[in-house]
Design a binder for this molecule. Structure first.
Ligand code: NAP
Length: 262
C-alpha cells in the first residue's frame, strides 16, 4: 500500500475531523469525508480539492443510524484504496449523570464507542490481509478523569483508549498501526453542541495545534499521543503502574484482606 492511500475521516464537517482533512489533503492523500451535514462537507471538499488537487468524496451518514453505519462498514471492507481510518466523530455530554435520558445515553454511547468499534472492525481484516493500514481513534484525557463530572462521556473515552491498546497488541504484529489520540480542551464546536461556552474555559488548545501534534505522534508511529501532556514520563509511569498491578494479581486465591474472619 502506498503512503498516499485514501484517508476516511468520520466527523469531518468541523473541528478536529475537518482539520485532519485539511492536513491529509496537504500531504497529498485523497479523502472520504463522513458526517451528517452534507452542505458543510461539500464546501470543505471543494475547497480542499481546489487547494490541494486531491480527490475528495463526501459521504453523508448519521453513525447512530444502523443503515448508515452498515453502509460505511461495507465501504471500508470493500475499498482497497482506503488505507487510513480516522475514527473521530464524537459528541460530548450535556449535564450530569442524573440529567441523562435513555435516548441521550444511547446516542452518546452508540456514536463514541459502538460506531467507532464497528468501523475499526470493518476495516481491520482487510488491513491485516494486506499487512498495512492505520487506525486512529480519537479519545480524550477525560477518559482518565472521573473528577470532571462527565461520567458517560469519560467512560466512552476510557473505552477508546483500552480498545486502541488491545488493537495495537492484536494488529501491530500483522503490520497495522493503531494510534489513540487524547486531546484535552480544544477549541471546536463540541462545547457549544453540549451547551457549554468554550470562552468560559481557561487554557484551550487551538484545533490546528492539536492536529499537528497528533500527526507528529502518527508519523512516529506512537500508540498513545497526548498532545497537552508536557511530561511524557507521566504516561510511562501510569502504564508501568498498570503492569505492576497486573503482576500482583494472583487469581487462584483471594487476597489476605478478603479472607473471612474465623
Ligand atoms: P465537533 O467540532 O463537534 O466535531 C464533531 C464531528 O462529529 C462533526 O463533524 C459532526 O458532524 C460529527 N458528528 C456528530 N454526531 C454525528 C453522528 N451522529 N454521525 C456522524 N457524525 C457525527 O467536535 P470535535 O472537538 O472536533 O470532536 C472530534 C472528536 O474529538 C470527538 O470524538 C471528541 O470527543 C474528541 N475530543 C474533543 C475535545 C475538544 O475539546 N474539542 C477534547 C477531547 C476529545 P455533523 O454534525 O455534520 O454530523
Amino acid at each position: 500500500m502506498t503512503t498516499n492511500s485514501t484517508v476516511l475521516i468520520t466527523g469531518a464537517s468541523s473541528g478536529i475531523g475537518a482539520t485532519y482533512a485539511e492536513r491529509f489533503a496537504r500531504r497529498g492523500h485523497d479523502l472520504v469525508l463522513v458526517a451528517r451535514d452534507k452542505a458543510r462537507l461539500d464546501a470543505l471538499a471543494s475547497r480542499l480539492h481546489e487547494d490541494s488537487g486531491v480527490a475528495v468524496e463526501v459521504r453523508q451518514a448519521d453513525l447512530t443510524e444502523p443503515a448508515d453505519l452498515a453502509a460505511l462498514e461495507t465501504r471500508l471492507r470493500d475499498d482497497a484504496r482506503i488505507g487510513i481510518l480516522i475514527n473521530n466523530a464524537g459528541m460530548a455530554q450535556s449535564g450530569g449523570f442524573a440529567q441523562q435520558t435513555a435516548e441521550s445515553i444511547q446516542r452518546l454511547i452508540t456514536l463514541n464507542t459502538t460506531a467507532l468499534t464497528r468501523l475499526a472492525a470493518a476495516v481491520a481484516p482487510r488491513f491485516v490481509q494486506s499487512g498495512a493500514g492505520s487506525i486512529v481513534n480519537i479519545g480524550s484525557v477525560v477518559g482518565f478523569a472521573p473528577e470532571f463530572g462527565m461520567s458517560i462521556y469519560g467512560a466512552t473515552k476510557a473505552f477508546v483508549l483500552f480498545l486502541s491498546q488491545g488493537l495495537n497488541l492484536e494488529l501491530s504484529p500483522k503490520g497495522v498501526y493503531v494510534q489513540a489520540v487524547l486531546p484535552a480542551a480544544t477549541r471546536t464546536e463540541i462545547w457549544e453542541r453540549a451547551g457549554i461556552d468554550v470562552n468560559t474555559l481557561t487554557d484551550v488548545m487551538e484545533v490546528g495545534e492539536l492536529v499537528d501534534a497528533a500527526l507528529v505522534g502518527f508519523d512516529r508511529r506512537e500508540l498513545v499521543t497526548i498532545p497537552p501532556l508536557h511530561v511524557a514520563g507521566r504516561w510511562d509511569a501510569l502504564d508501568g503502574a498498570r503492569q505492576g498491578l497486573l503482576s500482583d494479581i494472583r487469581q487462584a486465591h483471594a487476597a489476605e484482606r478478603y479472607r473471612p474472619q474465623a
